[in-house]
Design a protein around this ligand. Structure first.
Ligand SMILES: Cc1cc2nc3c(=O)[nH]c(=O)nc-3n(C[C@H](O)[C@H](O)[C@H](O)COP(=O)(O)OP(=O)(O)OC[C@H]3O[C@@H](n4cnc5c(N)ncnc54)[C@H](O)[C@@H]3O)c2cc1C
Length: 311
């Protein structure tokens, strides 16, 4: 079966959106709802054949607003499945759409395949200890695709049709007002959930993240942390990896002064290569690690940075 997919993306696309477009294309045809002015050339490179551009009439793009606008497009174009990136906002939009269309949302999807008329999703559960396959058995299936789970692959198609529509907002969505917008300070680093390399620090750093930041920069990666480190105020809460933080699946994870508590490892165990630096050779993180260094984090990080600089 060729599945007609509808993918929700912002106007400015990043790697995680290219991944979702690639995932959608593996199922069938790809149309897009663009939440900003679309880059039609880029969409064409990823095989999109149609882009719906809702006019939000100045409304802030809260998940309730986006879900209503996407719902209008879904009623009109009747896709077999809706896909979007599994971010905090993406998950909220997915849940709203599933309710609106009496369907189901599967978040943090790491794989998708078609089996006859069914679309089967894979995802890991229970802090990454089980890999499962699941499907939405009634109504509209909505898949929130976990960043870094798909390799973005271009597949240029034909021209992209642009369809401009008025966003039909419910009273609940209209009630959303924007009080303030507080931009995060620009670090110049990749987003934690999209980064191919993540260097994370824990209590063992004793409050000093400077070497973790330097190593992350030397490797072009993002900085992550355990909850202890964020609760202590050593680094912003947005850096927290784990059950109550961000789930990551980078090519390389380096944990310095991180014990490997299950609440943390649930958010990073999908990393392809795990390197642990810890003074305690019995630390649980060594059970997961592909490479382990028993030593003081400050010394080992400084040596790693030095070695990279020499190269
Ligand atoms: C409901 C719930 C949800 C939670 N959610 C999360 C979550 O999302 N993310 C998360 O991270 N945690 C979470 N936690 C907390 C989690 O259980 C752990 O307490 C936390 O991950 C431990 O952080 P840590 O590894 O930095 O600290 P510790 O467990 O204290 O480990 C510090 C490590 O540093 C090593 N060390 C000490 N000195 C050095 C040195 N000089 N050089 C190298 N190593 C050194 C020690 O040997 C030790 O292994 C949650 C807890 C609960 C109850």
């Amino acid at each position: 079966m060729i599945v007609q997919t509808l993918v929700i993306v912002p106007g400015v696309l990043t790697t995680s959106h290219f991944e979702v477009l690639t995932a959608a294309r593996s199922l069938g045809t790809v149309a897009v709802v663009s939440l900003g002015e679309p880059d039609v050339e880029v969409l064409a490179r990823f095989g999109v054949d149609r882009v719906h551009v809702p006019d939000f009439d100045g409304h802030p793009l809260d998940p309730a607003v986006v879900a209503d606008a996407a719902a209008g497009v879904i009623r009109e174009s009747r896709p077999d499945a809706v896909l979007l990136a599994s971010t905090f906002a993406g998950k909220a939009i997915a849940a709203r759409l599933a309710v609106l269309f009496d369907g189901g949302a599967i978040v943090d999807v790491t794989g998708l395949r078609v089996d006859g008329a069914r679309v089967i999703a894979s995802k890991s559960v229970l802090a990454g200890t089980w890999e499962t396959e699941c499907e939405v058995t009634r109504g509209l299936p909505v898949f929130a695709v976990k960043p870094t789970s798909f390799e973005p692959v271009e597949a240029p198609g034909g021209a992209v049709a642009v369809v401009r529509v008025a966003a039909e907002l419910s009273d609940a969505a209209r009630a959303v007002t924007l009080e303030a917008r507080v931009p995060r300070p620009e670090s110049g680093r990749p987003a934690l959930n999209e980064a191919r390399v993540v260097v994370a620090g824990g209590r063992g750093l004793d409050g000093d993240f400077s070497l973790v930041e330097q190593l992350a920069d030397a490797l072009g990666g993002a900085v992550g942390a355990t909850r202890v480190a964020t609760d202590e105020g050593w680094i912003d809460h947005s850096a927290q990896i784990g059950q109550t933080g961000v789930t990551i699946a980078p090519k390389l994870y380096i944990g310095a002064g991180v014990s490997g508590a299950v609440h943390h490892t649930g958010g990073m165990r999908a990393a392809e290569v795990i390197v642990a630096i810890n003074t305690d050779s019995e630390a649980p993180i060594f059970e997961l690690a592909d490479f382990g260094v028993v030593g003081d984090a400050a010394e080992v990080l400084a040596q790693a940075i030095e070695a990279l600089r020499e190269r």
